[in-house]
Design a protein around this ligand. Structure first.
Ligand SMILES: Nc1nc2c(c(=O)[nH]1)N[C@H]1C(S)=C(S)[C@@H](COP(=O)(O)OP(=O)(O)OC[C@H]3O[C@@H](n4cnc5c(=O)[nH]c(N)nc54)[C@H](O)[C@@H]3O)O[C@H]1N2
Ligand SMILES: Nc1nc2c(c(=O)[nH]1)N[C@H]1C(S)=C(S)[C@@H](COP(=O)(O)OP(=O)(O)OC[C@H]3O[C@@H](n4cnc5c(=O)[nH]c(N)nc54)[C@H](O)[C@@H]3O)O[C@H]1N2
Ligand code: SF4
Ligand SMILES: [Mo]
Length: 736
């Protein structure tokens, strides 16, 4: 790879003695198992961990570029204190002791005057959020937030409402996949991306894609429909209509496992394919035919429920409709369908023996009792969100409007809300108003540029973390391990938040010495187990199990002499239950009706995403960047540093815009300058840009001012029930 460290090496690397360290990628939150090659203490190559078969022993382009971030001279390697105005870009290097002192003084001051709840803590979920939120709890604030309402929240909450828990998809064994804007060939998740490749290439699975633009997934599909943005729910409900009206649904499955089918069937009677066509522009005849083809492959078929669930304010209805289309063909716990993760305790119970070790959860019992309510806890309809990451953007309302009370401090880690939370101006305003902001990052991100204190974290290649659960159809664990020595004066965030806690007078809540103490607590001091997990980097136990798949169940039962007895039909179907009030799959739900009146039954609710004279503005991921976090990584910046705006030739022609022209996009909240990419691969009424570009922060020298800043065009919104942000809006396009 030109420009990489490997390219600088003279001669053949194969002749050089090298060490390999098994670890976990963090170039995106998929967190794939990796094997990092180290020569003379330097990381020179990152590949996949061969032990992790589902990942194909591979990494994606971003994963392969990890060392480019590790050795980037623009990385921050000293704690920084702001000396100019917020956002002015004047910094002073300080010691960690000074940094902790600054945190302690400011946060304890806020706590004393206004209560601990006046400080919000936010982080992308993962090991880091665990440690940051532990600090929050020790400090006494209930206000902890992940990125959930800017990303997966809606599909997680829809699954909670219906199944009581999250589900996984078995795309690799699917014979027919229907995809509503889940671009797995650019928005990469190595195991799922490879699963879908395997299904398509090795098994001849058919892929149907509904997408307003010709994405890479659309390009690799058997059929692509340029659906109108935000209307997926209509097509999904019409599919359910056809499944029921044409008697294609699995009646035995519904009878045994589903609650509230009759109410749902009554509701979808009106949702004909002809009705859906008028809303979505997808031809009714195709909806009927596709539904019949899909049902013919049942149960080894899947309607993908997607990942970024921020297309409209009605994501709750959309994601529930997508699950409904799966439930109706009875693909739950069947190959090629959707299934529940099998962690060690559940798996061992089926096996009747300890096939997989069960890890302990190190914690602290005597944490202070928090009585203050969360800032997003005013409205009962969000009750499923509180424990799933919270309504992240409510930080803005609490800061700017004191709703429901005034926030005064914000501690954040591995999050860049100025790019990723919508309405950049409002985020800036909120940050200017707060009394104290600390940001933990590896760069001076656009958001970190407005902090009072920047805490430089070691990159994932320089840090150890807890053993993490990576169970799928059978239990599995993996662990992040330091690949190279720490560069500069950086620390892993578990250490930063522990030491900050100690400086804040909360040392009693951090009884562990270091990461190894924590890991040993996890394995109940079983040194050999810890060594095994570390040596292999990724360990699985037993064999894949899906409770309603006869071939898997018979093999499982034959392997373990004390295994649960099979049902008469050769499955474990009778053991399948759900964490809902009825213990069944709740296609309609009285719990949801109580929480959000009128929403007990899945229903089509029209949304207005744009004005008549505007174009839809939509976004997506690009294969060589991660969200708004990698635009300054040298190798990735070289591969792509800008996001041209996709415009249909007819739309461009009417405005006198040619390919490569400078253009402007104007929405209700902002204007952005960009460049036209004229392509027939998009609807005439829609424009598209890859997200994460156009940083307005000069410290991100390779990214500043390059491309359209998507977050600056999106209005601040909170969707009902799911609390989601919305990443679709109306824009006016003009030649610049
Ligand atoms: N307009 C628009 N907005 C979106 C989206 C969209 O499509 N359009 N997509 C949404 C989605 S799906 C998501 S998940 C969110 C993601 O948005 P965020 O959760 O804000 O995450 P990222 O943009 O991935 O990166 C956040 C920061 O993490 C830093 N970082 C990287 N590695 C480390 C590390 O090891 N430690 C620490 N402390 N920091 C690190 C990066 O430098 C970066 O500043 O954005 C959402 N926002
Ligand atoms: N390379 C790479 N891989 C990533 C990431 C990354 O940043 N880069 N981020 C990771 C994260 S955090 C996530 S959440 C996943 C996201 O994975 P995806 O959910 O696949 O992410 P997106 O690309 O944001 O959105 C998918 C597609 O939705 C389309 N779209 C927009 N509006 C609509 C609509 O109304 N209807 C339909 N049907 N389609 C619509 C967009 O054009 C886009 O192609 O990817 C993960 N993997
Ligand atoms: S998908 Fe790519 S960037 Fe994300 S964790 Fe896996 S290898 Fe790393
Ligand atoms: Mo995401």
């Amino acid at each position: 790879m030109p420009g990489s460290l490997a390219a600088l090496e003279k001669g053949d690397l194969k002749g050089v003695s090298a060490d390999y360290v098994a670890s976990i990628c963090e170039m995106c939150s998929t967190r794939c198992p990796i094997s990092a090659r180290v020569v003379d203490g330097k990381n020179v190559f990152i590949g996949g961990n061969k032990e992790a078969k589902a990942f194909g022993g591979k990494v994606c382009a971003r994963g392969g570029a990890g060392h480019s971030m590790l050795y980037d001279p623009q990385r921050i390697v000293k704690p920084l204190r702001r000396v100019g105005e917020r956002g002015e870009g004047k910094w002073q290097e300080i010691s960690w002791d000074e940094a902790y002192e600054m945190m302690a003084t400011n946060l304890n001051d806020i706590k004393q005057k206004h209560g601990a709840e006046a400080v919000a803590f936010s982080s992308k979920s993962g090991s880091l959020s665990g440690h940051l939120f532990h600090l929050a709890k020790a400090f006494g604030s209930p206000n902890t937030f992940t990125h959930a309402t800017t990303c997966p929240g809606a599909y997680v909450i829809a699954a909670k409402a219906i199944f009581g828990t999250k589900l996984k998809r078995d795309l690799g064994n699917s014979k027919y996949i229907i995809n509503f804007g889940h671009n797995l060939y650019e928005g990469i998740n190595m195991s799922e991306t490879r699963g879908m490749m395997k299904a398509q290439m090795d098994k001849g699975a058919k892929l149907v894609v509904f997408e307003p633009r010709f994405s890479i997934v659309a390009d690799k599909a058997d059929e692509w429909y340029a659906i109108r943005p935000g209307t997926d729910v209509a097509v999904a409900l019409a599919m359910c209509h056809v499944l029921i009206e044409d008697n294609l649904y699995d009646k035995a499955f519904v009878a045994q496992y589903v609650e509230g089918f009759d109410e749902f069937a009554k509701e979808v009677k009106a949702y004909t394919p002809e009705w859906a066509e008028t809303i979505s522009d997808v031809p009714a005849a195709d909806i009927r035919r596709i539904t019949h083809e899909y049902a013919a492959c049942a149960p080894h078929a899947c309607v993908d429920f997607g990942h970024r669930a921020t297309f409209t304010t009605e994501e709750f209805e959309m994601r529930r409709a997508l699950y409904a289309a799966n439930i109706l063909i009875g693909n739950i716990e069947r190959k090629g369908g959707i299934y529940l993760g099998k962690k060690a305790p559940a798996y061992n119970k089926f096996a009747g023996e300890a096939v997989a070790p069960v890890l302990a959860k190190p914690g602290v019992k005597n944490l202070p009792k928090i009585t203050a309510k969360r800032i997003d806890q005013v409205d009962e309809q969000f009750s499923m969100v509180w424990s799933s990451g919270g309504v992240y953007q409510s930080i803005l309302d609490a800061t700017l409007e004191a709703v429901p009370y005034q926030l005064r401090g914000w501690v954040m880690s591995r999050t860049n809300p100025m790019q990723t939370m919508t309405d950049r101006n409002r985020v800036v305003e909120a940050m200017l108003k707060l009394d104290f902001i600390a940001v933990c990052d590896v760069y001076i991100s656009e958001t970190a540029a407005y902090a009072d204190l920047i805490l430089p974290e070691s990159t994932y290649l320089e840090r150890d973390e807890e053993i993490a659960d990576k169970s799928g159809k059978n239990p599995g664990y993996y662990v992040r391990q330091r690949v190279v020595e720490v560069i500069g004066d950086t620390k892993p965030s578990w250490q930063i938040f522990k030491e900050a806690g100690e400086a804040m007078g909360l040392g009693q809540y951090f009884p562990w010495q270091n990461m190894e103490t924590l890991q040993l607590m996890q394995v109940n001091k079983d040194h050999q187990l810890l060594k095994q997990i570390k040596d292999l980097g990724f360990v699985t136990y037993g064999q894949p199990l899906m409770l309603r798949e006869p071939s898997m169940v018979s093999k499982f039962a034959a392997t373990y002499s004390n295994a649960r007895e099979m049902d008469e039909d050769g499955t474990y179907g009778s053991a399948l239950s759900f964490k809902t009030p009825s213990g069944k799959i709740e296609l309609s739900s009285t719990k949801v009706e109580k929480m959000a009146p009128g929403r007990g039954v899945i229903r089509y609710r029209p949304v207005e995403l744009k004005q008549a004279d505007e174009l839809y503005f939509i976004q997506g991921k690009v294969a060589v960047h991660t969200n708004a976090g990698s635009q300054n990584v040298p190798m990735l910046s070289q591969l792509m540093s800008d996001n041209a705006v996709w415009i249909h030739p007819v739309t461009a022609g009417a405005l006198g815009i040619q390919h490569g022209d400078a253009i402007t996009l104007t929405s209700s909240v902002g204007t952005e300058k960009g460049q036209a990419l004229v392509t027939p691969g998009i609807r005439q009424d829609t424009v598209f840009a890859y997200m994460g570009f156009g940083s307005k922060n000069k410290e991100l020298a390779r990214a500043v001012g390059k491309g359209v800043h998507c977050g600056n065009l999106l209005p601040h919104k909170t969707s009902p029930v799911t609390g989601m942000n919305v990443h679709t809006t109306g824009v006016k396009l003009a030649k610049a």
